[in-house]
Design a protein. Structure first.
Length: 167
């Protein structure tokens, strides 16, 4: 039964991600991104990561996507739709594809040993899932956490500045 749910959630993630980047309407892209994020939340729930499941639903789907939809509706997209879709960056895209292809071929040659992860130390029995996530997040991953928060802040400020210029 777990395998069925895994494939359903994986299909939601992959299908939603694919439709997010292939739809012409920005609103439709945002809605498909919500579907993809719901699939990720389901995968978190299958891994008994209830805290991450709740964060995914409340923060990303509930908060960030509402903000995205608000900014999409605030920014004038009629003019952007008339502009040229692709602006000549296909060489950069091709380079990225080649780098990812090289990484995949490296891991395929290296075999299953390349995917061995270090086993983390077991958390104390009294510590719950939320406490374990918080301990790791604010000790080992504090710098990436802060960088992500700064990037989100810059994105919000940038979207507000872009929207204000066009009003």
């Amino acid at each position: 039964m777990d395998a069925i749910f895994f494939y359903i959630f994986a299909a939601m993630v992959l299908g939603g991600g694919l439709l997010t980047i292939t739809r012409r309407s920005a609103i439709h892209c945002a809605i498909w991104l919500i579907v993809s994020l719901m699939g990720v939340a389901g995968l978190f729930l299958m891994q008994q990561a209830e805290f991450l499941f709740a964060v995914q639903i409340v923060l990303y789907i509930g908060g960030i996507m509402v903000l995205f939809l608000f900014v999409i509706m605030l920014v004038n997209l009629d003019q952007a739709a008339k502009e040229r879709q692709f602006n000549g960056q296909k060489w950069i895209a091709l380079a990225c594809v080649l780098v990812v292809g090289a990484e995949i071929s490296y891991f395929m040659k290296k075999g299953a040993g390349a995917f061995q992860l270090a086993v983390p130390a077991a958390a104390p029995a009294t510590e719950g899932n939320t406490e374990a996530v918080a301990t790791v997040l604010f000790s080992q991953y504090l710098l990436p956490f802060e960088i992500a928060s700064i990037l989100l802040l810059v994105a919000v400020v940038g979207s507000v500045v872009m929207a204000k210029k066009r009003i």
